[in-house]
Design a binder for this molecule. Structure first.
Ligand code: UDX
Length: 750
């Protein structure tokens, strides 16, 4: 696939560590392509020149804000005038291209006792998202009294930031950056954030560090702190950066370094071509590194043409941190300090990780490494170069891999330590504001909670002191995992006793129910292992990120089938709505080694709320069936649903037609019951508001979820409510593996 010869011009970034060429290409109209290039961009900005490039015109057409369009126009004009990029840059390296080998692991002398003046590391953590407990576990594993930890939290991750500030309060050598940026994937802002962190670290005179190491919240150490310190102390003048190890021209092309990019409106816009400055060698590879203080000082303080020119060049580069430091170092007078090893193991699986999944963020196709699972850990041992960290790890995907490493490094937690196999991740906190929730999420959480309170009354045989009503909105919502399996949602909210009006706080656990039915004697369809419907499908990890599959009328659900190896086959997939409208029918062909098949029928919305059915058919015979709930909404824009204005949301699509074509004639062969009663019920339900609507929602939710249990944060008037702090599933129960705790006499926490 030669991008330049293809009309749907789309770049594929193979990444750096053994990339493969990809078949994927952006479709016309998608951000990866330059569709729309020939339409006139809106004219609310003033270009200082005649903009002609198709990439620039496309970006101007797609960019959302006036400010961003103006920036793009200015940059393109400067570039067209030859004033933006340096033409030539100096080269100070006497022996260009030489990269030092470094001791193999076998020779790694890791006894710290022999080390004089052990090095101190400044760790810079670039974090985002909500995986706070994993971050704490990482911090716990890498913490040492003698190191320093400087944490940048993506400006959009407020919850994470609040938690990081709390961590930083407890330890003098952990700080959060007082400034924050929106550090989008692959964006120029990531390099800016690194440079600013470096500048800060150099100006903190009380932090006497020797090495700079960057980490993300999805990293985990693979060697002990002593081993790291011993190693770096023996190589205290080396800079550790990993290179792509291929032909340089190819790297530049794949990386898009010969393209001009600009970041604005939370997007990296591709604006056209550019030349690589003459006179020096551009290199790069991975954006994870370990750098000496001396090199960091050079990068931050030098005013020479090399550093200032490259800062300019990389301000307009995609994935700049993958190449800026390599190129500065490789062409500097310090080039002989370069070691071609970033001291990390990255779990690349290009087949899964290069699906052009960032095209809504960058005008390019980027790759990501996969999360480690226990079977991948062998990769850490297989490497002959010394490595100290691995990525990526995600506790919602697999926590066992972290557990194995953590135990390997620092031993098992004492027998009987609780919550080792449990993982909690916050979805919502009161401080996030209800505005941050979608209407369907708010509907689901409040329904779970009502069902929880109802179940309490039933199980406590109507005991008066166990009758509560919910107050306000949820205080917190978590997803809860045990043994790497999703266990459900935990919703915490204030309640008041119906009689006494006394308030307390209760947490409840909603557990999803499986609905898959596989027929017997499937012959070649024995291959079918599962059939799931959901949203936020992650093609890299092959999971739905919307754990539990809370889906509303305005969502776009996708059906995924999982297959074992077996004979080629063709299956028909049929979607049936709650009013027995056959919404969609399509065939999928399954090759012998296919593991997953997936399809998102482009259904007209709103989807009719209620219980949907998806069937897998073999020549019209049902081989599998699954149900999923399209949740009716009790909220529209976080306000209770109103009868007149909002009832369209529950009425199904116009003309009961989900796709251009009707599939209703299939209802006979599908042996569906008469449609009339179902349609009438659906129409009645569509008119519900207030309490009746709540009840309809709750009856739907109750068909797909059961209430696991409830607990209370204080002592409750209801004797059935145990203290959350002593309830193993509760997000308020202890989680020693993620609690950072006091610094021990050896300087560590773990
Ligand atoms: C991987 C590789 O690690 C990297 O070397 C390669 O260049 C791109 O692919 P990936 O897993 O895709 O990284 O990126 P991710 O870890 O999600 O993000 C990289 C860094 O940017 C992290 O420190 C992350 O916390 C930060 N980031 C990412 C944000 O701050 N906000 C975001 O929205 C996304």
């Amino acid at each position: 696939h030669d991008p330049s010869s293809s009309r749907n011009f789309s770049e594929i970034r193979g990444g750096t560590e053994g990339a493969a060429k990809l078949p994927a290409a952006a479709m016309p109209g998608e951000p990866g392509s330059v569709d729309g290039a020939h339409q006139a961009p809106s004219s609310d900005f003033v270009p200082k020149c005649d903009i002609i490039g198709k990439d620039a015109l496309s970006a101007l057409h797609r960019a959302g804000s006036q400010q961003c369009r103006q920036e793009i126009a200015n940059i393109v004009c400067q570039h067209q005038a030859g004033q933006l990029m340096p033409d030539t840059l100096p080269q100070f390296c006497p022996q260009l291209g030489v990269s030092n080998p470094v001791q193999a692991v076998g020779e790694l002398d890791n006894s710290l006792s022999k080390v004089e003046n052990p090095v101190r590391v400044a760790f810079v953590l670039m974090v985002h998202g909500r995986a706070v407990r994993q971050l704490k576990r990482l911090m716990k594993a890498i913490y040492h009294r003698d190191h320093y930890y400087y944490i940048h939290v993506d400006k959009r991750s407020s919850y994470m930031h609040r938690e990081v500030l709390q961590i930083a309060q407890q330890y003098p050598n952990i700080r959060a950056t007082p400034w924050r940026m929106v550090t989008i994937w692959g964006g120029a802002s990531l390099l800016k954030a690194y440079l600013r962190s470096m500048q800060d670290l150099l100006s903190m005179l009380d932090w006497k560090w020797d090495f700079f190491i960057n980490l993300s919240a999805t990293d985990f150490p693979t060697r002990t702190n002593d081993e790291l310190v011993a190693f770096l102390s023996q190589h205290r003048n080396k800079n550790f950066l990993k290179s792509h190890g291929r032909e340089n021209a190819r790297f530049i092309k794949k990386q898009g370094l010969d393209r001009l990019f600009h970041e604005c409106d939370i997007h990296m816009w591709r604006l056209g071509e550019r030349s690589i400055p003459e006179g020096l060698e551009v290199s790069g590879g991975s954006d994870w590194f370990a750098l000496t203080r001396r090199f960091v000082e050079y990068v931050i303080n030098s005013q020479d043409d090399l550093v200032s020119g490259l800062k300019q060049f990389y301000s307009y580069a995609l994935l700049p941190a993958e190449s800026f430091f390599h190129t500065v170092l490789g062409n500097s007078h310090m080039c002989d300090s370069l070691v071609d090893n970033n001291l990390r193991v990255t779990n690349w699986n290009r087949k899964l990780g290069c699906k052009c999944q960032y095209k809504h963020i960058v005008d390019w196709c980027g790759c990501s490494p996969n999360d480690f699972k226990p079977q991948d850990l062998i990769r850490i041992q297989q490497l002959t170069r010394p490595t100290f960290f691995a990525r990526k790890f995600e506790s919602t995907v697999n926590q066992e891999a972290i557990e194995i490493l953590d135990t390997h490094l620092y031993g098992q937690y004492a027998p009987g330590t609780i919550a080792i196999k449990a993982y909690w991740e916050s979805l919502f906190e009161q401080s996030d504001g209800v505005g941050s929730l979608s209407d369907v999420a708010l509907t689901a959480y409040t329904s779970f909670f009502r069902l929880g309170l109802k179940s309490l009354v039933t199980t406590q045989s109507n005991m008066e002191s166990c009758r509560f009503e919910p107050v306000g909105f949820p205080l917190s919502v978590h997803v809860y995992f045990y043994d790497d399996r999703f266990q459900g949602y935990l919703v915490r909210q204030e309640v008041q006793a119906v009689g006494s009006k006394v308030k307390e706080t209760v947490e409840m656990w909603a557990v999803p129910q499986a609905t898959l039915v596989l027929e017997k004697n499937l012959k070649e369809f024995e291959r079918l292992k599962s059939l799931e419907i959901g949203t936020e499908w992650d093609p890299k990890e092959r999971i739905f990120r919307n754990f539990g599959g809370v889906v509303g009328p305005l969502d776009e659900p996708l059906a995924v089938q999982k297959w074992a190896r077996g004979p080629n086959l063709t299956a028909t997939i049929v979607w049936i709505d709650p009013a027995l409208v056959v919404a969609a029918s399509y065939d999928i062909t399954v090759d012998l080694d296919a593991e997953y098949t997936q399809y998102k029928p482009p259904l007209q919305r709103p989807l009719r709320p209620g219980s949907w059915t998806v069937r897998v058919l073999k020549q019209w015979e049902r081989v599998a069936e699954v149900h999923f709930l399209v949740m009716p909404l009790t909220f529209k824009d976080k306000e209770p649903l109103r009868i007149e204005e909002d009832s369209w949301l529950h009425a199904g699509p116009p003309g009961n037609l989900y796709l251009e074509q009707s599939f209703q004639q299939m209802s006979t062969v599908l042996k569906l019951p008469p449609q009339e009663p179902a349609m009438q019920a659906a129409q009645r339900n569509a008119q519900l508001v207030g309490q009746a609507l709540d009840e309809w929602v709750d009856s739907g939710v109750a068909a797909f979820w059961v209430i696991g249990n409830l607990c209370t944060t204080q002592t409750s008037s209801c004797p059935a409510l145990a203290a959350c702090s002593k309830t193993s599933w509760s997000s308020l129960s202890p989680d020693p593996k993620s609690e950072m705790g006091p610094v021990k006499s050896d300087g560590r926490i773990r």
